[in-house]
Design a protein around this ligand. Structure first.
Ligand SMILES: *[C@@H]1O[C@H](CO)[C@@H](O)[C@H](O)[C@H]1NC(C)=O
Ligand SMILES: *[C@@H]1O[C@H](CO)[C@@H](O)[C@H](O)[C@H]1NC(C)=O
Ligand SMILES: *[C@@H]1O[C@H](CO)[C@@H](O)[C@H](O)[C@H]1NC(C)=O
Length: 376
Protein backbone atom coordinates (compact mmCIF):
# COMPACT_ATOMS: atom_id res chain seq x y z
CA UNK A 1 0.00 0.00 0.00
CA UNK A 2 1.39 3.41 -0.92
CA UNK A 3 1.13 6.31 1.46
CA UNK A 4 -0.36 9.56 0.19
CA UNK A 5 1.70 12.75 0.45
CA UNK A 6 -0.72 13.94 3.11
CA UNK A 7 -0.11 10.87 5.26
CA UNK A 8 3.63 11.31 4.84
CA UNK A 9 3.33 14.89 5.98
CA UNK A 10 1.44 13.76 9.07
CA UNK A 11 4.07 11.09 9.78
CA UNK A 12 6.87 13.65 9.51
CA UNK A 13 4.89 15.90 11.84
CA UNK A 14 4.63 13.11 14.41
CA UNK A 15 8.32 12.35 14.02
CA UNK A 16 9.32 15.99 14.54
CA UNK A 17 7.07 16.22 17.59
CA UNK A 18 8.54 12.99 18.94
CA UNK A 19 12.09 14.23 18.43
CA UNK A 20 11.35 17.55 20.05
CA UNK A 21 10.17 15.63 23.10
CA UNK A 22 13.02 13.14 23.19
CA UNK A 23 15.90 15.50 22.47
CA UNK A 24 16.28 18.58 24.66
CA UNK A 25 18.72 20.20 22.18
CA UNK A 26 17.45 23.26 20.32
CA UNK A 27 16.68 22.73 16.64
CA UNK A 28 18.98 24.62 14.33
CA UNK A 29 18.50 26.62 11.13
CA UNK A 30 21.00 28.88 9.41
CA UNK A 31 21.25 32.06 11.46
CA UNK A 32 21.63 33.15 15.07
CA UNK A 33 21.63 30.47 17.75
CA UNK A 34 18.82 30.70 20.24
CA UNK A 35 19.43 33.93 22.17
CA UNK A 36 22.64 34.05 20.10
CA UNK A 37 22.91 37.83 20.52
CA UNK A 38 22.31 37.65 24.29
CA UNK A 39 19.40 40.06 24.20
CA UNK A 40 17.68 37.89 26.83
CA UNK A 41 19.58 38.30 30.07
CA UNK A 42 19.69 37.13 33.65
CA UNK A 43 17.16 38.26 36.24
CA UNK A 44 18.42 41.07 38.49
CA UNK A 45 18.69 38.55 41.34
CA UNK A 46 21.07 36.44 39.26
CA UNK A 47 23.53 39.28 38.74
CA UNK A 48 26.10 40.84 41.03
CA UNK A 49 27.00 44.01 39.18
CA UNK A 50 27.80 42.59 35.77
CA UNK A 51 28.77 39.12 36.99
CA UNK A 52 26.30 36.35 36.14
CA UNK A 53 25.85 34.26 39.27
CA UNK A 54 23.92 31.22 37.98
CA UNK A 55 25.24 28.70 35.45
CA UNK A 56 21.92 28.87 33.59
CA UNK A 57 21.39 32.60 34.22
CA UNK A 58 21.48 33.54 30.53
CA UNK A 59 18.47 31.99 28.74
CA UNK A 60 19.37 29.09 26.39
CA UNK A 61 23.03 29.15 27.49
CA UNK A 62 25.03 27.36 30.11
CA UNK A 63 27.97 29.30 31.50
CA UNK A 64 30.95 28.44 33.63
CA UNK A 65 33.54 30.65 35.30
CA UNK A 66 33.52 34.44 35.51
CA UNK A 67 31.02 35.55 32.85
CA UNK A 68 29.78 39.13 32.74
CA UNK A 69 26.62 40.43 31.13
CA UNK A 70 27.51 43.68 29.39
CA UNK A 71 25.16 46.43 28.28
CA UNK A 72 26.07 48.55 25.28
CA UNK A 73 27.26 51.99 26.36
CA UNK A 74 28.79 50.71 29.57
CA UNK A 75 32.28 52.07 30.23
CA UNK A 76 35.43 50.33 31.30
CA UNK A 77 38.11 52.80 32.33
CA UNK A 78 37.94 55.38 29.56
CA UNK A 79 36.69 52.86 27.03
CA UNK A 80 33.08 52.84 25.88
CA UNK A 81 31.80 49.33 25.24
CA UNK A 82 29.68 49.12 22.11
CA UNK A 83 27.76 46.00 21.15
CA UNK A 84 27.35 45.09 17.46
CA UNK A 85 23.94 43.47 17.58
CA UNK A 86 21.21 44.65 19.93
CA UNK A 87 22.13 46.07 23.30
CA UNK A 88 23.84 43.22 25.18
CA UNK A 89 26.90 40.99 24.95
CA UNK A 90 28.83 38.71 27.31
CA UNK A 91 32.38 38.91 28.49
CA UNK A 92 34.39 35.77 29.20
CA UNK A 93 36.86 36.11 32.06
CA UNK A 94 39.82 33.79 32.63
CA UNK A 95 38.87 30.17 31.90
CA UNK A 96 35.20 31.15 31.50
CA UNK A 97 33.02 29.57 28.86
CA UNK A 98 29.54 29.64 27.34
CA UNK A 99 27.82 26.59 25.95
CA UNK A 100 24.71 25.78 23.92
CA UNK A 101 23.46 22.46 22.61
CA UNK A 102 21.79 22.37 19.19
CA UNK A 103 20.47 19.51 17.11
CA UNK A 104 22.18 18.99 13.78
CA UNK A 105 22.44 16.36 11.04
CA UNK A 106 25.14 13.82 11.80
CA UNK A 107 27.93 13.83 9.20
CA UNK A 108 27.06 17.31 7.91
CA UNK A 109 29.55 20.22 7.92
CA UNK A 110 28.67 23.36 9.86
CA UNK A 111 30.31 26.71 10.30
CA UNK A 112 29.95 28.97 13.29
CA UNK A 113 30.30 32.73 13.03
CA UNK A 114 30.57 34.97 16.07
CA UNK A 115 31.60 38.54 16.80
CA UNK A 116 34.25 39.21 19.40
CA UNK A 117 36.14 42.22 20.74
CA UNK A 118 39.18 42.52 22.95
CA UNK A 119 38.85 44.84 25.92
CA UNK A 120 42.39 44.95 27.30
CA UNK A 121 45.68 45.30 25.52
CA UNK A 122 46.78 41.72 26.11
CA UNK A 123 46.92 39.05 23.48
CA UNK A 124 43.69 37.12 23.68
CA UNK A 125 42.53 33.81 22.28
CA UNK A 126 39.28 31.92 22.14
CA UNK A 127 38.92 28.17 22.01
CA UNK A 128 35.85 27.19 20.00
CA UNK A 129 34.89 23.57 20.26
CA UNK A 130 32.30 21.03 19.30
CA UNK A 131 33.71 17.77 20.65
CA UNK A 132 35.87 16.14 19.41
CA UNK A 133 36.90 19.15 17.27
CA UNK A 134 38.29 22.42 18.59
CA UNK A 135 40.15 25.43 17.29
CA UNK A 136 42.03 28.20 19.05
CA UNK A 137 41.40 31.51 17.32
CA UNK A 138 44.01 34.21 17.97
CA UNK A 139 42.66 37.70 18.50
CA UNK A 140 45.90 39.67 18.61
CA UNK A 141 45.55 41.29 15.20
CA UNK A 142 42.84 43.88 14.96
CA UNK A 143 41.29 43.96 11.53
CA UNK A 144 38.52 46.45 12.08
CA UNK A 145 38.80 49.81 13.77
CA UNK A 146 35.78 49.66 16.06
CA UNK A 147 37.35 46.75 17.91
CA UNK A 148 34.83 44.13 16.80
CA UNK A 149 35.59 41.39 14.32
CA UNK A 150 33.56 38.39 13.25
CA UNK A 151 35.27 35.01 13.12
CA UNK A 152 34.29 31.76 11.42
CA UNK A 153 35.12 28.21 12.43
CA UNK A 154 33.82 24.96 10.96
CA UNK A 155 33.45 21.33 11.97
CA UNK A 156 31.82 18.11 10.88
CA UNK A 157 29.01 16.90 13.16
CA UNK A 158 29.89 13.55 14.75
CA UNK A 159 26.52 13.23 16.47
CA UNK A 160 22.96 14.39 15.87
CA UNK A 161 23.51 17.21 18.32
CA UNK A 162 26.38 19.64 18.80
CA UNK A 163 27.53 21.11 22.08
CA UNK A 164 28.99 24.45 21.03
CA UNK A 165 31.48 25.81 23.56
CA UNK A 166 33.38 29.09 23.42
CA UNK A 167 36.06 29.20 26.07
CA UNK A 168 38.56 31.88 27.06
CA UNK A 169 41.72 29.93 27.96
CA UNK A 170 43.39 33.14 29.19
CA UNK A 171 44.97 33.69 32.59
CA UNK A 172 45.18 37.48 32.88
CA UNK A 173 45.86 39.26 36.17
CA UNK A 174 42.67 41.23 35.86
CA UNK A 175 39.71 38.84 35.67
CA UNK A 176 37.69 41.61 34.01
CA UNK A 177 40.11 41.47 31.07
CA UNK A 178 38.60 39.11 28.61
CA UNK A 179 36.98 39.16 25.21
CA UNK A 180 33.42 40.31 24.63
CA UNK A 181 31.29 37.93 22.59
CA UNK A 182 28.10 38.70 20.68
CA UNK A 183 26.01 37.26 17.85
CA UNK A 184 26.76 33.57 17.50
CA UNK A 185 25.33 32.00 14.35
CA UNK A 186 25.49 28.62 12.64
CA UNK A 187 25.22 27.64 8.98
CA UNK A 188 25.22 24.25 7.25
CA UNK A 189 27.96 23.99 4.61
CA UNK A 190 27.47 22.01 1.42
CA UNK A 191 30.73 20.56 0.07
CA UNK A 192 31.10 22.14 -3.39
CA UNK A 193 32.03 20.06 -6.41
CA UNK A 194 34.21 20.67 -9.46
CA UNK A 195 32.19 21.11 -12.65
CA UNK A 196 32.83 20.92 -16.39
CA UNK A 197 33.26 24.72 -16.26
CA UNK A 198 35.72 24.81 -13.38
CA UNK A 199 38.20 22.28 -12.02
CA UNK A 200 38.40 24.34 -8.81
CA UNK A 201 35.67 23.99 -6.23
CA UNK A 202 33.89 27.02 -4.82
CA UNK A 203 35.92 29.29 -7.12
CA UNK A 204 33.46 32.17 -6.64
CA UNK A 205 33.50 31.77 -2.83
CA UNK A 206 29.70 31.68 -2.84
CA UNK A 207 29.66 28.83 -0.30
CA UNK A 208 30.99 29.98 3.05
CA UNK A 209 30.21 30.97 6.62
CA UNK A 210 27.19 32.91 7.80
CA UNK A 211 27.55 36.67 7.40
CA UNK A 212 25.55 38.81 9.84
CA UNK A 213 23.17 40.99 7.84
CA UNK A 214 23.86 43.95 10.12
CA UNK A 215 27.63 43.86 10.45
CA UNK A 216 29.71 45.88 8.02
CA UNK A 217 33.13 44.27 8.59
CA UNK A 218 32.86 40.86 6.90
CA UNK A 219 33.94 37.59 8.51
CA UNK A 220 37.52 36.51 9.20
CA UNK A 221 38.51 33.05 8.00
CA UNK A 222 41.12 32.35 10.66
CA UNK A 223 44.67 31.23 9.87
CA UNK A 224 46.08 27.72 9.99
CA UNK A 225 43.10 26.06 8.42
CA UNK A 226 44.59 23.10 6.63
CA UNK A 227 41.99 20.37 6.79
CA UNK A 228 38.67 19.75 5.11
CA UNK A 229 36.81 21.53 7.91
CA UNK A 230 37.32 24.93 6.36
CA UNK A 231 34.54 27.47 6.86
CA UNK A 232 35.33 28.43 3.25
CA UNK A 233 34.70 25.01 1.66
CA UNK A 234 37.46 23.67 -0.62
CA UNK A 235 39.85 26.52 0.30
CA UNK A 236 42.55 26.52 2.95
CA UNK A 237 44.18 29.40 4.80
CA UNK A 238 47.60 27.95 5.66
CA UNK A 239 49.09 31.36 6.55
CA UNK A 240 49.79 33.11 9.84
CA UNK A 241 47.02 35.68 9.37
CA UNK A 242 43.37 35.51 8.40
CA UNK A 243 41.64 36.33 5.13
CA UNK A 244 38.40 38.27 5.13
CA UNK A 245 35.16 36.92 3.69
CA UNK A 246 33.14 39.81 2.29
CA UNK A 247 29.51 40.16 1.18
CA UNK A 248 28.02 42.19 -1.66
CA UNK A 249 25.56 43.81 0.77
CA UNK A 250 28.39 45.77 2.43
CA UNK A 251 31.31 45.61 -0.01
CA UNK A 252 32.03 45.78 -3.70
CA UNK A 253 32.30 42.18 -4.91
CA UNK A 254 33.44 41.37 -8.49
CA UNK A 255 31.05 38.46 -9.07
CA UNK A 256 28.12 36.90 -7.20
CA UNK A 257 27.48 37.74 -3.55
CA UNK A 258 30.77 36.80 -1.88
CA UNK A 259 34.53 37.26 -2.36
CA UNK A 260 37.76 37.18 -0.37
CA UNK A 261 39.84 40.19 0.72
CA UNK A 262 43.55 39.48 1.29
CA UNK A 263 43.95 41.60 4.41
CA UNK A 264 47.44 40.85 5.64
CA UNK A 265 49.91 41.03 2.76
CA UNK A 266 52.03 37.92 2.26
CA UNK A 267 50.90 36.62 5.64
CA UNK A 268 47.37 35.99 4.42
CA UNK A 269 47.06 33.27 1.82
CA UNK A 270 44.29 31.20 0.28
CA UNK A 271 45.02 27.98 -1.50
CA UNK A 272 43.41 24.95 -3.08
CA UNK A 273 44.91 21.81 -4.62
CA UNK A 274 43.57 21.03 -8.11
CA UNK A 275 43.70 17.74 -9.97
CA UNK A 276 45.67 18.25 -13.15
CA UNK A 277 47.15 16.10 -15.93
CA UNK A 278 50.90 16.50 -16.45
CA UNK A 279 51.70 17.98 -19.87
CA UNK A 280 48.30 19.63 -20.29
CA UNK A 281 47.93 23.39 -20.58
CA UNK A 282 45.63 25.21 -18.16
CA UNK A 283 44.17 28.67 -17.76
CA UNK A 284 43.77 30.01 -14.24
CA UNK A 285 41.49 33.03 -14.58
CA UNK A 286 40.41 35.30 -11.72
CA UNK A 287 39.23 38.78 -10.83
CA UNK A 288 41.31 41.25 -8.77
CA UNK A 289 39.64 44.33 -7.34
CA UNK A 290 38.96 46.40 -4.26
CA UNK A 291 36.11 46.06 -1.82
CA UNK A 292 35.02 49.73 -1.91
CA UNK A 293 36.18 50.09 1.70
CA UNK A 294 38.60 53.02 1.46
CA UNK A 295 41.49 50.67 0.80
CA UNK A 296 43.55 52.81 -1.57
CA UNK A 297 46.85 52.54 -3.36
CA UNK A 298 48.96 50.34 -5.59
CA UNK A 299 48.24 46.71 -4.94
CA UNK A 300 49.59 43.49 -6.38
CA UNK A 301 47.97 40.08 -6.18
CA UNK A 302 50.36 37.18 -6.71
CA UNK A 303 48.80 34.07 -8.19
CA UNK A 304 50.58 30.73 -8.11
CA UNK A 305 49.87 27.53 -10.02
CA UNK A 306 52.52 25.03 -9.01
CA UNK A 307 55.79 26.74 -9.91
CA UNK A 308 54.24 29.28 -12.28
CA UNK A 309 53.34 32.71 -10.97
CA UNK A 310 51.65 35.86 -12.18
CA UNK A 311 51.75 39.26 -10.46
CA UNK A 312 48.64 41.30 -11.13
CA UNK A 313 48.97 45.02 -10.33
CA UNK A 314 45.81 46.87 -9.36
CA UNK A 315 45.45 50.59 -8.68
CA UNK A 316 42.76 51.02 -6.05
CA UNK A 317 40.87 54.23 -5.40
CA UNK A 318 39.03 52.42 -2.63
CA UNK A 319 35.70 52.88 -4.39
CA UNK A 320 35.19 49.42 -5.92
CA UNK A 321 36.06 47.98 -9.32
CA UNK A 322 38.05 45.04 -10.61
CA UNK A 323 40.04 43.64 -13.50
CA UNK A 324 40.51 40.13 -14.81
CA UNK A 325 43.73 38.19 -15.24
CA UNK A 326 44.79 34.82 -16.61
CA UNK A 327 47.77 32.68 -15.62
CA UNK A 328 48.51 30.13 -18.32
CA UNK A 329 50.62 27.15 -17.28
CA UNK A 330 51.50 23.58 -18.20
CA UNK A 331 50.88 21.13 -15.37
CA UNK A 332 53.86 19.10 -14.25
CA UNK A 333 52.10 16.94 -11.64
CA UNK A 334 48.69 15.37 -10.96
CA UNK A 335 48.09 17.82 -8.14
CA UNK A 336 48.75 21.52 -8.66
CA UNK A 337 48.61 23.99 -5.83
CA UNK A 338 46.66 27.13 -6.69
CA UNK A 339 47.44 30.02 -4.33
CA UNK A 340 46.81 33.75 -3.94
CA UNK A 341 48.43 36.38 -1.75
CA UNK A 342 48.88 40.13 -1.68
CA UNK A 343 52.40 41.57 -2.06
CA UNK A 344 51.82 44.60 0.16
CA UNK A 345 50.17 45.54 3.43
CA UNK A 346 47.54 48.24 3.12
CA UNK A 347 45.64 50.26 5.73
CA UNK A 348 42.26 51.81 5.20
CA UNK A 349 42.54 55.51 4.41
CA UNK A 350 39.47 56.37 6.48
CA UNK A 351 40.87 55.19 9.81
CA UNK A 352 44.58 54.37 9.22
CA UNK A 353 44.08 51.50 11.64
CA UNK A 354 42.39 48.58 9.93
CA UNK A 355 44.20 46.17 7.67
CA UNK A 356 42.76 45.79 4.20
CA UNK A 357 43.86 44.60 0.80
CA UNK A 358 42.94 43.49 -2.69
CA UNK A 359 39.92 41.33 -3.38
CA UNK A 360 40.09 38.02 -5.26
CA UNK A 361 37.01 36.45 -6.81
CA UNK A 362 35.64 34.30 -9.65
CA UNK A 363 38.62 31.93 -9.75
CA UNK A 364 38.36 29.43 -12.60
CA UNK A 365 40.72 26.70 -13.71
CA UNK A 366 40.23 24.95 -17.04
CA UNK A 367 42.40 22.89 -19.32
CA UNK A 368 42.72 24.40 -22.80
CA UNK A 369 42.89 22.10 -25.78
CA UNK A 370 44.53 24.45 -28.27
CA UNK A 371 46.97 26.58 -26.32
CA UNK A 372 47.52 29.99 -27.84
CA UNK A 373 51.01 31.46 -27.86
CA UNK A 374 50.01 34.69 -26.24
CA UNK A 375 49.33 34.98 -22.53
CA UNK A 376 46.10 36.89 -22.15
C1 LIG B 1 29.31 40.66 44.73
O1 LIG B 1 30.61 41.12 44.38
C2 LIG B 1 31.31 41.73 45.45
C3 LIG B 1 32.61 42.33 44.89
O2 LIG B 1 33.19 41.50 43.93
C4 LIG B 1 31.58 40.68 46.52
O3 LIG B 1 32.27 41.27 47.59
C5 LIG B 1 30.24 40.13 46.99
O4 LIG B 1 30.46 39.08 47.92
C6 LIG B 1 29.44 39.60 45.82
N1 LIG B 1 28.11 39.21 46.24
C7 LIG B 1 27.56 38.03 45.95
C8 LIG B 1 26.17 37.81 46.39
O5 LIG B 1 28.18 37.16 45.31
C1 LIG C 1 40.01 23.59 23.43
O1 LIG C 1 38.87 23.03 24.03
C2 LIG C 1 38.73 21.62 23.83
C3 LIG C 1 37.41 21.19 24.45
O2 LIG C 1 37.33 21.57 25.78
C4 LIG C 1 39.91 20.89 24.41
O3 LIG C 1 39.79 19.50 24.16
C5 LIG C 1 41.18 21.41 23.78
O4 LIG C 1 42.30 20.79 24.38
C6 LIG C 1 41.27 22.93 23.95
N1 LIG C 1 42.44 23.41 23.24
C7 LIG C 1 43.36 24.16 23.80
C8 LIG C 1 44.54 24.50 22.97
O5 LIG C 1 43.26 24.56 24.95
C1 LIG D 1 19.34 44.83 11.58
O1 LIG D 1 19.10 46.21 11.80
C2 LIG D 1 17.76 46.60 11.59
C3 LIG D 1 17.70 48.11 11.72
O2 LIG D 1 18.47 48.56 12.80
C4 LIG D 1 16.88 45.86 12.60
O3 LIG D 1 15.53 46.21 12.41
C5 LIG D 1 17.05 44.35 12.41
O4 LIG D 1 16.33 43.66 13.40
C6 LIG D 1 18.50 43.97 12.50
N1 LIG D 1 18.66 42.57 12.17
C7 LIG D 1 19.31 41.72 12.94
C8 LIG D 1 19.43 40.32 12.43
O5 LIG D 1 19.78 42.07 14.00
Amino acid sequence: MSTTPRMQAVNIGVLLLFCTLCNPALAVLDGLLSNGNFELGPKASELNGTEVLKHNGIPDWEISGFVEYIKSGQTQGDMLLVVPEGAYAVRLGNEASIKQRVSVIKGMYYSLTFSAARTCAQEEKLNVSVAPDSGVLPMQTLYSSNGWDSYAWAYQAEYDYSEIVIHNPGVEEDPACGPLIDSIAIKALYPPKATSKNILKNGGFEEGPYVFPNTTWGVLIPPNIEDDHSPLPAWMVPSLKAVKYIDSEHFSVPQGRRAVELVAGKESVITQIARTTPGKTYHLSFAVGDASNSCEGSMIVEAFAGRDTLKVPYESKGKGGFKRAVLRFVATTTRTQIMFLSTFYTMRSDDFASLCGPVVDDVKLLSVRYPRNKVV
